[in-house]
Ligand binder design. Structure first.
Ligand code: NAD
Length: 389
């Protein structure tokens, strides 16, 4: 029996780390980055936090800023064209999960054979080759994409969020600076924070959980759970932001080496068809899916509740599991997470698409990692259960 653990070659974590970006590139002999980011990062001046230290080191970074939320195959193709228009030796994904995933996908597509498209790399295919190394700088806490072997790209023709996995999507390095997250608005803070918590919880209860990933998942839950409400209410609380940022990266390492499960499998189709932000669609599903899965892995869920600080070591698994369910519902209330109905999703379209969404969820492979593996009919029932909360 062998196990392997994947992570970026260098993880620099801490306040002010972004100022040391040139040093990080320099350690790998890199000096000609194409920075991949979103339009807000440019108009708000945030991307300057990355560009300034690079310029100060004598580099002339170029910027591709046409990324979109829930990045699409079309944007990745435009990004590859931009890559080919210059002499770059690395890509620097700067932003939330969307710009980072775009940079990763650009590196994979640029290494593809002529005629291959993004969809040729979706799971179960392995995307192991990258044309250029990718360095990630996350600005949300977060998807953990800076530390994972995944990128999630929408197939625009099929309205499908594709999971793409392999060494080609694993960044060479990540610079994780919580000071970049002070400006994240409360809604996105909550959504991205629940995304991280879901990563850690799903990695821990996954059928593919392993001892190494467990350590990161537990550590992530210890950091995220007590700080999520604080960052939502106090955006400039440095201690809480630092804990969330580190927790998000550790959760990324955990699920990259274990897996996500049913929440993520069901969440991606909601994002693809209704353009609900990724963390928010996870949050909409988390209580119902956890309730459905609880008894299939009660000791694991109970241990997660203890790591989150909501149950004590003295409490039995049943009591801890019940507290976890209550906490996930309370968290959604405190972070003002709407139900799909309250979010304004068209009920007729929702009902009509449920069989397709269930099929797409199953095809992603993530539900097979869940402690309880659902049928398509059970997934449809869970979507209905989450509809009105
Ligand atoms: P995002 O990157 O789409 O950003 C959401 C919004 O927040 C954008 O408007 C952005 O400009 C803004 N924003 C980002 N940082 C900010 C800051 N510091 N201050 C103010 N505003 C800021 O959102 P996200 O949730 O970080 O990423 C979601 C994407 O990541 C989805 O496509 C999801 O599928 C993907 N994802 C990938 C992985 C992976 O392992 N590759 C894991 C989870 C999610």
């Amino acid at each position: 029996m062998t196990t392997s653990f994947l992570s970026p070659r260098l993880l620099m974590i801490g306040g002010g780390a972004v100022g040391r970006l040139a040093e990080v590139l320099g350690q790998f002999g890199l000096s000609r980055p194409l920075v991949v980011t979103d339009p807000w990062m440019v108009t708000s001046g945030t991307v300057e936090r990355a560009l300034a230290p690079l310029r100060a080191a004598g580099m002339a970074p170029a910027v591709f800023s046409d990324t979109v939320p829930d990045p699409t195959d079309a944007v990745v193709e435009a990004g590859v064209a931009a890559m080919r228009g210059g002499d770059y030796d690395c890509l620097l994904g700067f932003g939330g999960g969307s710009p980072m995933d775009t940079a990763k996908a650009m590196a994979i597509l640029a290494a593809a054979a002529p005629g291959q498209r993004m969809r040729d790399f979706k799971v179960p295919a392995q995307a192991n080759r990258a044309a250029l190394p990718v360095i990630c700088v996350p600005t949300t806490a977060g998807t953990g994409s800076e530390a994972t072997r995944f990128t999630v790209i929408t197939d625009t023709e099929r309205d499908e969020k594709m999971l793409i996995a392999g060494l080609g999507a694993l960044p060479l390095a990540a610079v994780v600076d919580f000071e970049l997250t002070f400006s994240v608005p409360p809604r996105t803070t909550a959504d991205t924070g629940i995304d991280s918590l879901t990563h850690a919880l799903e990695a821990f209860v996954s059928r593919r959980a392993n001892e190494e990933a467990d350590e990161y998942a537990l550590r992530a839950m210890r950091l995220i759970a007590p700080n999520l409400r604080t960052v939502y209410r106090e955006p400039t609380n440095a201690l809480a932001r630092a804990a969330m940022m580190k927790g998000a990266t550790l959760a990324g390492l955990a699920f990259s080496n274990s897996s996500v499960a049913l929440v993520h499998g069901m969440s991606r189709p909601i994002g693809a068809h209704f353009h609900v932000p990724h963390g928010l669609s996870n949050a909409m599903l988390l209580p119902a899916v956890t309730e459905y899965s609880l008894n299939a892995a009660l000791p694991r869920y109970a241990e997660a509740a203890r790591a989150m600080g909501i149950a004590t070591a003295a409490e039995g698994d049943e009591a801890a599991g019940a507290k976890l369910l209550r906490e996930l519902r309370d968290l959604n209330r405190d972070l003002a997470v709407p139900t799909p109905a309250a979010y304004g999703i068209d009920p007729a379209k929702w009902e009509r698409l449920l069989p397709t969404m269930a099929e797409q969820a199953l095809a992603s492979g993530s539900p097979a990692n869940n402690p309880a593996v659902p049928t398509a009919e059970e997934i449809v029932a869970l979507y209905r259960r989450a509809w009105a909360g």
